[in-house]
Design a protein around this ligand. Structure first.
Ligand SMILES: [Zn+2]
Length: 382
């Protein structure tokens, strides 16, 4: 057991799991770790997740998934091939200075058509969530000339596709630690006292990373970032599954929207009145999540969400579950809550049954989810 503190760096995991083993990773230790960190949850393929977790102790193996550089090049190629239909745009720079790339797809001038935003990879280890938005971009543009439905979507909508919200974390996950979730902020100034290390020879490395999908902030609704009664600087993981502990996997950051990646997304979605809806990709669980994440109350437009969620589920084959985000687990500081509170239709997709399915599953998975994305876009297509 990990004493209630989630240990998130690979070095820390090595040390912690090493303490109880004799030369070889023990399945029970790995399983205990995943239970303790809340990762054996509803919708998991437990055997598969355990294999992926064990692999995170080995050199990383992101073979077959699209790298940050490849994704950036792919968006550029599409923009060059279809210059009247698409432009590649940098939404800002990550902590380590990488561009957060978007592809704007639409025939009409910017800001004129109803807008939708499709995002992937807030969380570094959720590799499949990069592939899904990329596939949508290709299919919309390659289909334009021969598919009248696709033409209608491109002609009448403005679709922003952001395959990698967290480029630093994604590359770190691909090359260093496949279990990495957060961005790559060095948390030297948290505003909280440092925790005591556990006894023994264990030493805390410098904490790194903010959970970008706990860092969204709306000044009109500060309780979405920090609930009343949630005391700052409590190092234990609190009941809302959001933490002030800089080494936990769900660290919300020193303050709301502290991270450039979060601000880039807030600027995109909240800074444009024409944006009406957002789909944010995560894994896993085979779920279509609708607001809210921070409270149980149903949104006033719950029927619209149910209709939209059911249409997306039908399009992808009907094996997903449409449910309020809160029913999976309570969260604060999420993009969906902040965007919903600002009048956007905000859907969170939890795709698949683990974080890093074999790359051989990419084609079938993206095909299925692109159908759901198109159903989402059709809600706004006139
Ligand atoms: Zn996620």
């Amino acid at each position: 057991m990990l004493g209630g503190v989630k240990i998130t760096s690979q070095a820390e995991r090595f040390q912690r799991v090493d303490r109880n083993r004799d030369g070889k990773l023990q399945a029970e230790e790995l399983r205990d770790y995943l239970i303790n960190s809340g990762e054996l949850r509803e919708g998991v393929d437990e055997a598969r997740l355990l294999r992926e977790f064990a692999a995170s102790f080995e050199p990383t193996r992101a073979v077959g998934y699209t790298s940050y550089e490849q994704a950036a090049a792919k968006l550029q190629q599409l923009a060059q091939k279809y210059p009247t239909l698409a432009q590649r745009v940098s939404l800002g720079k990550s902590v380590e200075g990488r561009d957060i790339w978007a592809l704007r797809i639409g025939k009409q001038p910017e800001g004129k058509a109803p807008g939708a935003v499709i995002t992937g990879c807030h969380h570094a280890r959720e590799w499949m969530t990069v592939e899904v938005p990329l596939d949508l971009a290709s299919k919309m543009l390659d289909g334009y000339a021969r598919d009248k439905d696709m033409k209608k979507r491109v002609d009448s909508l403005e679709t922003w596709i952001v395959p990698i919200v967290n480029p630093d974390g994604y590359e770190y996950s691909r090359t260093e630690d496949s279990w990495w979730r957060k961005n790559r902020r060095v948390n030297d100034e948290t505003g909280c006292p440092k925790p005591k290390p556990p006894s023994g020879d264990f030493e805390w490395p410098t904490p790194v990373g903010v959970d970008l999908n706990r860092n969204y902030f709306d000044a009109k609704n500060p309780e979405m970032y920090r609930q009343p009664g949630d005391t700052p600087c409590s190092y234990q993981d609190d009941p809302s599954h959001t933490s002030d502990g800089p080494r936990t996997d769900t660290y919300r950051g020193p303050r709301g929207a502290s991270e450039p990646e979060t601000r880039a997304m807030q600027d995109l979605v909240l800074g444009r009145a024409n944006i009406q809806g957002v789909v944010d990709y995560h894994s896993y669980g085979n779920m279509i999540l609708i607001p809210w994440g921070y409270k149980t109350e149903e949104p006033a437009n719950i029927e619209t969400y149910r209709t939209l969620g059911n249409a997306m589920n039908q399009a992808l084959g009907g094996d997903y579950k449409v449910q309020p985000s809160m029913d999976l687990y309570p969260t604060t500081g999420t993009s969906s809550d902040v965007f919903h509170a600002n009048g956007k239709l905000a859907i969170t997709m939890e795709i698949g049954t683990s974080f890093q399915p074999p790359a051989s599953e990419i084609p079938a998975t993206v095909d299925k989810l692109t159908r759901a994305n198109l159903a989402f876009l059709d809600h706004f297509t006139r």
